[in-house]
Design a protein around this ligand. Sequence first.
Ligand code: NAD
Ligand code: DAU
Length: 339
Amino acid sequence: MTIIVTGGAGFIGSNFIFHMLQKYPQYRIVCVDKLTYAGNLSTLAPVMEEPNFRFVKLDICDKAGVQQVFEEEHPDIVVNFAAESHVDRSIEDPDIFLQTNILGTATLMNACRKYGIRRYHQVSTDEVYGDLPLDRPDLFFTENTPLHTSSPYSSSKAGADLLVLAYHRTYGLPVTISRCSNNYGPYHFPEKLIPLMIVNALHDKPLPVYGKGENVRDWLYVEDHCKAIDLIIHKGREGEVYNVGGHNEMRNIDIVKLICKELGKPESLITFVADRKGHDMRYAIDPTKIHAELGWLPETKFADGIKKTIRWYLDNRTWWETIISGEYRDYYEKMYGNR
Ligand code: NAD
Ligand code: DAU
């Protein structure tokens, strides 16, 4: 079995590669990644020399390059994590989101059609459903919730999802889609809420909470997401969408306060800043389908997962200190300087 994992130098893709190499030592894993600002080759250092692992630096929009990898590797499965993934960046500059997230998906699927494939899996997001009101805790996203996006990022992901389903219906491509809630865990790029707050708190820097911090996200430990994708690519039904989430809704402000408490830092570091444009209020996944069909359930409780995550950032300072010493500084100044 050969699996192409795109975006494997990023947060979830790298965790997925570690999971697969450990669980299926007989599989060949080929990571295709452009190494954008969010991709980090040092993350993959522990597996780089494994005989059943190969890294290819490549843009998924590069048609000839993608076809060459297919000719060389004859993949059975493609799992597409490669994407521009940060909502705030998409608000500043949408173009690259359309390019990578929509056209890149099409390029990969065209290669799948040309060379044949057992499964193309699209890693999507709960953000394609838009948001839910805070005063209706009884409402959840199901796979039948209409797509209703808020940001250029989520719109590009929804566009890709529609294309994936169209390739299934029109060409019979054997596809699956997973739509997951917010992940957290090791190797999370420190522009996202949880790692940004950990890194800032460790430096006694202000903790910038958007608006009033009342927005709710449904947090899932990254390993549980990887296990869900593992199940879907092996046992999920072709043409189907699976929601992935663990009923773990938390307000942003409560997450930030918890991080302060765990690190022994004062809550006075919390600074309320201008809200994100078009900010989604609440995400909440109904994971009934993946539980009923594939037996998936999250295994890591938030109380344990957040402790493990904070421990990882304390033990792996070089990983994130290298990141925040580069281009990240300019990004931070631009995003938070006048907020
Ligand atoms: P990330 O930003 O950490 O990593 C993205 C990776 O894709 C990077 O390694 C980057 O170099 C690579 N990449 C970007 N453009 C590329 C291109 N044109 N060609 C090849 N590689 C390219 O993202 P993440 O948080 O790991 O998210 C992975 C996927 O999961 C994304 O598709 C995202 O939409 C989805 N998702 C993320 C979350 C979350 O909470 N982070 C939740 C649900 C779904
Ligand atoms: O729901 C899945 C999505 O989760 C994924 O599809 C995205 O790729 C991923 O980035 C994530 O999107 P969010 O916008 O929910 O994540 P982010 O970490 O950027 O923000 C989480 C919440 O925290 C959101 O309500 C905005 C808020 N926030 C974020 C940052 C970076 C702050 O209050 N301050 C901040 O500095």
